[in-house]
Design a protein around this ligand. Structure first.
Ligand SMILES: Cc1cc2nc3c(=O)[nH]c(=O)nc-3n(C[C@H](O)[C@H](O)[C@H](O)COP(=O)(O)O)c2cc1C
Length: 435
């Protein structure tokens, strides 16, 4: 079983996790905070630390500014620093293909791969918010389909740039004065719909040959891109088992259809456990998360995902909504809300409560370990992306209470077997296109 430790909001998965007991909101810009997290995750046998990222402040609604703690360091400075206090754990950064250039990304992730001796990964996202667009010269985000077309071309360019140098082409020889072999250098000369990139990259081929590509979009376009290019996908994890098995098969069959092996694409559902000594106590902790989340913030979060300001709607009458307009934001969340509202009657208050709660898995350590083991053995997951409801507490509790159970059950290795991310994920080192 592969585990990755995710950090989205620095205080934990939920909008107001920073308020939970043990939270350290004053430390979110201190390297020590992230060092503690990385060391604990490495000690517990997590294959990777996944540092999620977005390129905006959520100020669409005043509640987002007033109550959400999401100001934090950018990924590459941070993960570069974490190479110094860890030895085996993978370091995965989110990079948006909509608001970056492939040359920069090839260089950043390639550099992280060198500086970490083969532990770099890249989580490809296409960015979902208009707020992000406005930080990069646009009024609104690119259309969903265009975002994914750009994402696919972006990956091809980055892969091409990483193959700029043959393995062994850069071999400095002081005696002869020969630094590199010109015959081993390749100029990419890419021209496509979105990018014109000559290359070559000013880095030799990275230690992992290619960094590991993660991807997190679950729409049709997102899945297609994952089937072609990704080596691990983060998928929403709260679906009932049969739905999770179907999703797992869908990704695997897309990889096979793209000419790859099933094992070339790992499916890692996101999971937010909330642990308690008893089941009832775990549920009480979810109540606590809910109690610390102002109603107005939950409502604004729903407005954000539906693309309509719902603040003048009555909270306690049946909620009706016309979903025909579709969404240019996160389609997976939009569709999730649509399915709920199609199936049952909800007031707005009930709907945002359900949406808040459905992301958490409350239980005792045994119950959570059982749940994970079942999903893993029943063909619904190759492992999990742990998005802790609180940080650092959620990680330390999981490491101390759930990990030993998974090891005892023989589904999780007691320690990381390798010192590269590919090695720990069981993924092969790809050959250069020129080999
Ligand atoms: C586990 C997980 C992690 C994610 N991390 C990020 C992230 O770091 N940055 C981001 O902009 N989106 C992130 N997303 C959102 C996805 O990248 C994507 O935007 C979203 O799923 C919408 O894509 P879709 O329209 O293809 O469903 C994440 C999603 C999941 C399930």
């Amino acid at each position: 079983m592969i585990l990755t430790a995710m950090l989205f909001y620095p205080g934990g998965e939920h909008l107001t996790s920073w308020r939970l007991p043990g939270g350290r909101p004053a430390d979110y810009l201190s390297v020590g905070y992230y060092e503690d997290f990385a060391r604990t995750a490495e000690r517990a046998g997590f294959a990777a630390l996944f540092y999620a990222d977005e390129l905006y402040v959520w100020d669409r609604f005043p509640s987002g500014v007033e109550h959400v703690a999401n100001l934090r360091p950018e990924p590459f400075g941070l993960l570069g620093a974490l190479t110094r206090c860890t030895e085996r754990i993978g370091l995965v950064a989110t990079v948006s293909t909509t608001y970056n250039e492939p040359f920069h990304t090839a260089r950043q992730v390639g550099s992280l791969d060198f500086l970490s001796s083969g532990r770099a990964g890249w989580n490809l996202v296409t960015s979902a918010s208009d707020e992000e667009a406005r930080n990069f010269g646009l009024d609104r985000n690119l259309d969903h389909a265009a975002r994914y077309r750009r994402g696919a071309e972006f990956v091809e360019v980055v892969h091409g740039l990483w193959d700029s140098w043959d393995d062994g082409a850069v071999a400095p020889d002081v005696a002869s004065g020969r630094y590199a072999d010109p015959a081993g250098m390749h100029v990419l000369d890419h021209e496509g719909e979105f990018f014109r990139v000559r290359g070559p990259l000013n880095l030799p081929r990275p230690p992992q040959g290619r960094h590991v590509l993660f991807q997190a979009g679950s729409s049709e376009d997102g899945r297609r891109l994952a089937g072609q290019h990704a080596e691990a996908v983060f998928v929403p994890g709260s679906a009932p088992l049969p739905g999770a098995q179907r999703l797992y098969e869908d990704y695997k069959s897309r990889a096979v259809a793209a000419g790859r092996a099933r094992s070339d694409l790992l499916v890692l559902p996101a999971l937010s456990p909330v642990l308690g000594a008893t089941t009832a106590q775990a549920h009480e902790r979810v109540d606590e998360i809910e109690a610390l989340t102002p109603d107005r913030l939950s409502l604004d979060w729903l407005s954000h995902h539906l693309g309509v300001d719902l603040s003048d709607r009555p909270l306690d009458e049946e909620f009706r909504f016309d979903f025909a307009g579709g969404s240019n934001q996160v389609q997976t969340v939009y569709e999730g809300i649509r399915k709920l509202v199609d199936r049952d009657r909800f007031t707005l208050r009930e709907l945002y409560r359900v949406m808040l709660r459905r992301r958490f898995l409350p239980g005792t350590p045994e119950e959570v370990a059982d749940w994970m083991t079942e999903r893993f053995t029943a063909g619904a997951a190759d492992g999990f992306t742990l998005a802790f409801s609180s940080v650092p507490q959620g990680l330390t509790e999981f490491a101390d209470q759930v990990v030993p159970l998974l090891v005892r059950r023989g589904v999780l290795a007691p320690e990381l077997p390798e010192a590269t991310l590919r090695g720990n994920l069981g993924l092969p080192v790809p050959r250069s296109r020129w080999a």
